[in-house]
Design a protein around this ligand. Structure first.
Ligand code: B1M
Length: 214
């Protein structure tokens, strides 16, 4: 089996140690770092994302796969920095003010990373100013917000209102999600996209960034 394929398959099984060893071996054999990233790590993570979307795997499997991906990325990062690998885009992500739920948000962050985004995770209980300041500071393309409580959903609108107040609304693609969120709420508050799960969020984010750039 080609080493790249092996990396993808061990990643899908969440075998971080094997992924690390194989990435090191591939680099020492002269395999291109971008090929290891795109066809090994990211493609493995996209397969897991698709299976998660189709209920073929569940949260624990995604978490161990993401951990394996991060282990592989740690080995690869110095090489990627040397060759100046550009991310697909940059995202800031957080759970909105007043809300401490972070399991779904973490999954979305991992999937975005798995899709090739540079992700700045702001954590939980994030206010509008923090979302916007960090987006400005990191030259983000996307502002991604998660909410799990009906009482904190309105805080997503505060971020969008504040973007409008600062004349920055058009600069960012705003994506929202979380169990109580739906498409009509996204339209109502002026978000660009609602997506129901982490894998769809990553796919949509990729398309949205490409569309905006074209
Ligand atoms: Co809370 N909680 N909780 N809780 N909790 C819910 C959400 C609740 C539905 C439970 C219930 O009553 N049945 C309920 C909300 C009711 C409502 O508002 N309608 C609730 C409540 C009331 C509360 C407290 C108020 C309870 C209390 O203290 N009285 C309190 C609030 C604290 C606060 O936030 N201020 C509270 C606290 C907690 C814990 C701390 C105990 C814990 C959180 C631990 C943590 O996150 N680190 C917790 C948990 C675990 C839950 C449940 C059981 C599970 C949530 C979860 O992690 N799901 C939840 C009930 C439930 O949902 N069944 C519940 C798994 C996760 C993978 O799914 O986050 O939906 P989810 O993410 C999905 C999608 O929504 C989507 O992708 C993920 C899947 O791919 N997604 C996005 C998420 N963000 C996205 C962003 C995107 C796109 C997609 O774009 C940017």
């Amino acid at each position: 089996m080609a080493i790249i394929q092996e990396i993808s398959e061990y990643l899908q099984k969440g075998r971080a140690k094997n992924v690390k060893a194989l990435v090191e071996q591939a680099l020492s054999e002269g395999v291109d770092a971008k090929e290891i990233l795109n066809d090994g790590l990211l493609s493995g993570m996209m397969i897991i994302g698709e299976k998660f979307k189709n209920n073929e795997v569940f949260v624990p499997e995604v978490l161990v796969a993401a951990r394996a991906m991060n282990t592989g990325l740690t080995v690869l990062e110095p090489k990627l920095a040397e060759i100046g690998n550009e991310p697909v885009g940059r995202a800031v992500i957080g759970t909105v003010k007043g809300d401490l739920h972070d399991i779904g948000k973490n999954l979305v962050a991992m999937m975005l990373k798995g899709a090739g985004f540079e992700v700045c995770d702001l954590g939980v209980d994030v206010d509008a100013d923090t979302f916007i300041s960090k987006a400005e500071e990191t030259s983000a393309d996307l502002i991604c917000m998660s909410a799990l409580l009906t009482t904190t959903m309105p805080n997503m609108k505060d971020v969008i209102d504040e973007l409008n107040n600062r004349g920055l609304r058009d600069k960012y693609i705003v994506m929202i999600g979380g169990a109580p969120i739906n498409d009509s709420f996204a339209k109502q508050i002026g978000a660009d996209y609602y997506t129901p799960d982490a894998a769809t969020c990553a796919e949509t984010a990729k398309k949205a960034v490409m569309e905006k750039a074209s």
